[in-house]
Design a protein around this ligand. Sequence first.
Ligand code: TYC
Length: 122
Amino acid sequence: MTKKDQSPPGRNPDQGQDRKFSPDDPQTGVVEKTEVHTKRPSMYKVLLLNDDYTPMEFVVHLLREVFHRTEEEAVRIMLSVHQDGIGICGVYSFEIAETKVAQVVSAARHSEHPLQCTMEKA
Ligand code: TYC
């Protein structure tokens, strides 16, 4: 038997003051159950666009530094962007993708390259 079960009959141990049950005060209530619907965050592709002026080595450098790609992966991604006009650097949550786009654009402008980087829902 728990401590709660030991209260005198007719008394409600959960009430601040002890009160007798009565037909006028049936002490009923509504039990609400809150359903929890958690959503997985949407993912975003970070895309690099080709141009005729940004040096290949600069693109490879960014892919290594910003997207943590190996030299081989970075060269493969850079060449596919060079050939196809666009390519995926990685897929991230919104905030991470936004930060990476800003880092690429900032580094490119700082070095006066026209490199374009954008993001879209995966
Ligand atoms: N096309 C560029 C050149 O020939 C190289 C390049 C690759 C530029 C990928 C941008 O996203 C890019 N120098």
